[in-house]
Design a protein around this ligand. Structure first.
Ligand code: DX5
Ligand code: ZN
Length: 216
């Protein structure tokens, strides 16, 4: 049985009290925190930068899963690495020379992932899977929390699982967007290793129980 990891997305948390939300995550069954970085260019929304990550790093040891939804990850990734990102994921759609960025991030000593939008196919990144730690399958169009899971992405997760298992690649499959207790089990059955979830967890009366429900 694969061990599934939950990565709560703080995009849906209360930014005035993030410290307490991190504490809640520490006391839950989740061990990662998903941090959505948006630049108002690759996506229409703007969120947080390295300064916020730096402040959060001072108050928790949770794994920082930094999802860069930005046009120039090659220009900004190092800022996030310096302030404590453990894993940096960039979007396949923004770069031609993805291998160079993968090598740069890995040689800094942290993990690297590639994310694909719903319209991007696996074949665009398949040749890179041997070199990366994680593929992030977007199950909504990136930019905002609270959207509905795109069911067609289940086949993508299954296809990726087959490729990774067949070649014994050491690469996680992470899913992001519209994850709740129902879609979580669909993704786990399809082969996902890491589930990002924002609005489902942070709008729940008991976020810790909501996290638990994703694993059932
Ligand atoms: C969306 C972000 C997600 C977002 C998920 O572009 O990448 O991480 O926080 O939010 P929910 O779980 O509400 O769909
Ligand atoms: Zn995300």
């Amino acid at each position: 049985m694969r061990k599934v990891i939950i990565a709560p997305s703080i995009l849906s948390a209360n930014f005035a009290t993030l410290k307490y939300d991190l504490k809640m995550i520490e006391d839950s069954e989740a061990k990662w925190v998903h941090i959505d970085v948006m630049d108002g260019h690759f996506v229409t929304n703007i969120t947080v930068g390295p300064l916020v990550v730096k402040s959060l790093r001072n108050v928790t040891k949770l794994l920082f899963d930094v999802h860069l939804m930005i046009t120039n990850p090659e220009r900004y990734w190092r800022e996030f690495q310096k302030v404590g990102a453990d894993l940096i994921t960039f979007h396949a759609e923004v770069l031609t020379d993805k291998k160079k960025l993968i090598d740069d991030i890995k040689s800094s000593g942290i993990k690297v992932g590639i994310s694909i939008n719903p319209k991007t196919s696996i074949s665009d990144i398949e040749y890179l899977i041997p070199y990366i730690d994680l593929v992030l399958v977007m199950t909504v169009n990136p930019g905002f929390g609270g959207q509905s899971f795109i069911k067609d992405m289940v086949c993508k997760i299954k296809d990726l699982r087959k490729i990774i298992d067949k070649n014994s690649y050491n690469c996680f499959i992470e899913v992001d967007g519209g994850i709740n207790s129902r879609t979580a089990s669909v993704c786990i059955n399809a082969g996902a290793d890491v589930l990002v979830s924002g609005s489902y967890i942070f709008s729940a009366e008991n976020p810790r129980l909501a996290i638990k429900s994703l694993l059932m």
